[in-house]
Design a protein. Sequence first.
Length: 349
Amino acid sequence: MSEDHLSYPIVYAEWDILNNLVGDLSPSSIFVIVDENTSRDCYPLFQSKFDHAHQCIQISAGEQHKNLNTCEVVYDQLLQFGADRHSLCINLGGGVIGDLGGFCASTFMRGFDFIQIPTTVLAQVDASVGGKLGVDFQGVKNMVGLFNHPEMVFMDVDFLKTLPENELRSGYSEIIKHAIIYDHKLWQELCSTETWSDNINQAIIQWSVDIKSRVVAQDFKEGGIRKILNYGHTIGHAVETLSFDMEMPLLHGEAIAIGMICEAHIAWQFGLLELSALEGITEYVIGIYGIQAEYLQDVSKIMDLMKHDKKNKGDQILASLPTQIGDCTFDKAIDQALVEKAFLYYRNQ
Ligand SMILES: NC(=O)c1ccc[n+]([C@@H]2O[C@H](COP(=O)([O-])OP(=O)(O)OC[C@H]3O[C@@H](n4cnc5c(N)ncnc54)[C@H](O)[C@@H]3O)[C@@H](O)[C@H]2O)c1
Ligand SMILES: [Zn+2]
């Protein structure tokens, strides 16, 4: 079990602890939410280890289904299967299942208990920790949602064995992010292996989760330090959104990789970050994600998208910028001139 920075346990691969907790909760009924991929790839392992009778609810995979229509499907099934306020929901899947399943469990009959079992790297090190739940609405990500805690987050790296390599690599960028904003030692560890994929193991996942938990525990509602988790995401989100209309949309972590380099460059422009640290970040990140300069062509559209980031205040675009590897500041106002210089730097790698 991990250090307890939050009010709920985060458990790694110890299925007895999960089974015992569920026994202690003694829910009136148990629902396991899956999508077609986690039903095929993750449910067999779950079923072989989980001791309690349950009912599966399957939804369609993908961000395009993370909406209120899918919630209705889930509510409908919960009603049909006779769920009540003492039921338990187990969300077995990536961030989409976790956010949507947690939202449904928190709202159906004003909420019943739920457990997160994240099965992607991104969901393990990021989405399942921190209590943010919700769905997209009218094309805006995570527009409708709430903060709520699960009874437990349970992870097993064995689930990751079936994850496609591009999804593994995408999720890995959040691990890199955690190292850059918070932990120089983790950064050194990441850089010490021959390939990035050597770092997809329980020790590193646990380390990364611990960082996120520590940050969130200090600032649950994101009034201050929690914002450092947005490093790479001010530019990265805009680039990701723009890429949805392109031939090859970027995965979230691929866009965040671009964002991390560009925002590190902006930190350097401000004199916050030393050149050697900027170069270290650039070299490592490009070594894994390559250079995707074609996604940075339309600076004005990217600026427009950044202006609509819900983390801004007034007209200012605010970013979280690293001050050294292992430390980060937040609420720094950035403008188009800084962004253009950063893009130029990225393109010239
Ligand atoms: N709540 C938060 O704090 C938070 C933080 C970051 C991201 N998110 C959300 O997380 C979502 C993205 O999460 P994601 O990247 O996990 O996406 P996802 O849930 O869409 O999963 C990616 C794909 O992998 C499949 N999959 C999942 N586990 C698998 C496995 N073990 N083997 C094979 N295939 C598997 C899924 O079916 C899906 O097709 C976004 O909606 C984002 O908003 C939330
Ligand atoms: Zn992210």
